[in-house]
Design a protein around this ligand. Structure first.
Ligand code: DX5
Ligand code: ZN
Length: 235
């Protein structure tokens, strides 16, 4: 039985100590680092660019996954690839050339994924799921860290998982937003295999290592309980 992967989101890290904090998350067992890129247009917030990825590449061996919350992801791919990115999550919303973007990522030997917002149905993935390695189900509206988990996304996580299993694909079901030791088990029971967590890792008053341990323990307990016949919402 595989374990749940944890991807700390650096959006909530202390940027003055970013290298140290990512190294601590790595020692505490992080599986990848989630980098939230916002352009102030696709979402009402600005965050970071490829320079941050270039610096992180020197301090961690973990895969760097780039969540592109930007209006035109194609504009930025080359720069982020040159900086050392390993995978890209691009949004379904507003992307009229999604298949082309995915092929471009694949042609550069990077892992492509598609992100869907809370109001976007799982069914939009039908024609693209065979071409990707990850689905990112947004469990908050993108743009900010430390928001409340939207629990009406839980049945959708199940529908995404079912779509992937029905076609016997090797594709991660990743969840992003409001994930902590209370919501992580719910997401895992619904079918999530990768948890993005920002404030629950970097904002915990006990520190990064205890926060990572607590999150992983909660997620793994839920996985054992589900015994990986997750409670899929069959339609
Ligand atoms: C939201 C971002 C998330 C966010 C997660 O737009 O995509 O990755 O940083 O932060 P928390 O875990 O605090 O909700
Ligand atoms: Zn994200």
């Amino acid at each position: 039985m595989s374990t749940i992967k944890v991807a700390p989101s650096i959006l909530n890290a202390d940027f003055a100590r970013l290298g140290e904090q990512v190294s601590e998350a790595e020692r505490a067992g992080a599986d990848r680092v989630h980098v939230d890129v916002m352009d102030g247009h696709f979402v009402p917030n600005l965050s970071m660019g490829a320079a941050v990825v270039k610096s992180l590449r020197r301090v961690t061996a973990l895969p760097l996954e780039i969540h592109l919350m930007v209006s035109d992801p194609d504009l930025f791919l080359d720069e982020f690839i040159a900086a050392g990115s390993d995978s890209f999550l691009v949004h379904w919303e507003g992307n009229h050339n999604l298949h082309r973007t995915i092929q471009r990522i694949r042609s550069q030997r990077k892992r492509p994924g598609v992100a869907i917002n809370p109001a976007t149905p799982a069914a939009v993935l039908e024609e693209i799921v065979e071409d990707i390695d990850q689905v990112l189900v947004m469990t908050v509206n993108p743009g900010f860290g430390h928001q409340q988990f939207i629990s009406t996304t839980l049945p959708k996580i199940g529908r995404v998982r079912e779509l992937i299993e029905r076609r016997q694909l090797e594709c991660d079901v990743e969840v992003d937003g409001g994930i902590d030791s209370e919501t992580a088990p719910q997401a895992v029971r619904a079918g999530a295999t990768v948890l993005v967590a920002g404030s629950a890792v970097f904002g915990d008053s006990l520190g990064i290592t205890p926060a990572m341990n607590g999150l992983r323990a909660a997620a793994d307990a839920a996985l054992r309980e589900a015994a990986y016949e997750p409670t899929l919402q069959r339609s």
